[in-house]
Design a protein. Structure first.
Length: 197
């Protein structure tokens, strides 16, 4: 059960999870403009990730539960959307599998550090991975919308939309590479902490 009093930053974080059913249902129930709706939900989730951190620091309400909720919301949203994309043949299944494996390994290491009363926070590579993954997922959702004849395909603008959307695929490859690199970096840091104990 959640605490009776959550600060505003925590509620912004929880709103990210509330957006997830919207994104999932819009695709699987084939709502009109479903891929556009999912992309919008993903973009809003990414903005909420920035906003909750800003609010927590701005009004000095950084809490342990807020940090945990933020971490869980990020993982759950991103992994769910990656499997949505894989299930629709937008990306291969090995991509979300790599992300899940990395998160399992890191979570187990974090759990041991928490039990040992030692901090084990995200580094800049992990944060960069999260941002790029969210951008890539949003782009891939828009890419699906375009190729399946959604609203984006109907827009008449003097820009080569298709090549721009293809950048989402390369962004996803970069996100996977950062997932592997940041995971390896966590492992190295973890080994260093273990040796200090």
């Amino acid at each position: 059960m959640l605490p009776a009093r959550l600060n505003i930053a925590c509620w912004v974080t929880l709103s990210r999870l509330m957006l997830l059913p919207v994104a999932l249902l819009s695709v699987y129930l084939q709502w009109p403009h479903g891929w556009s709706i999912a992309a919008g939900a993903c973009a809003a989730a990414g903005l909420s990730d920035v906003l909750d951190g800003y609010l927590a620091r701005r009004i000095k309400c950084v809490t342990d539960i807020g940090s945990v909720l933020d971490l869980l919301a990020d993982k759950i949203f991103v992994i769910a959307m990656l499997f949505v994309l894989a299930s629709q043949n937008a990306i291969p299944y090995w991509m979300p599998a790599v992300v899940v494996l990395r998160e399992i390994i890191i979570s187990l290491m974090r759990l041991r550090r928490i039990v040992g009363r030692r901090t084990f926070s995200a580094d800049r590579w992990g944060k960069a991975k999260t941002v790029i993954t969210m951008v890539a997922v949003t782009g891939l959702l828009l890419r699906q919308d375009f190729y399946l004849g959604g609203p984006l395909a109907q827009i008449s603008i003097p820009l080569p939309i298709s090549p721009i959307l293809e950048l989402a695929w390369w962004a996803m490859l970069l996100a996977v590479a950062l997932t592997i690199f940041s995971g390896a970096n966590y492992v190295v840091s973890y080994i260093g902490l273990v040796r200090e104990d």
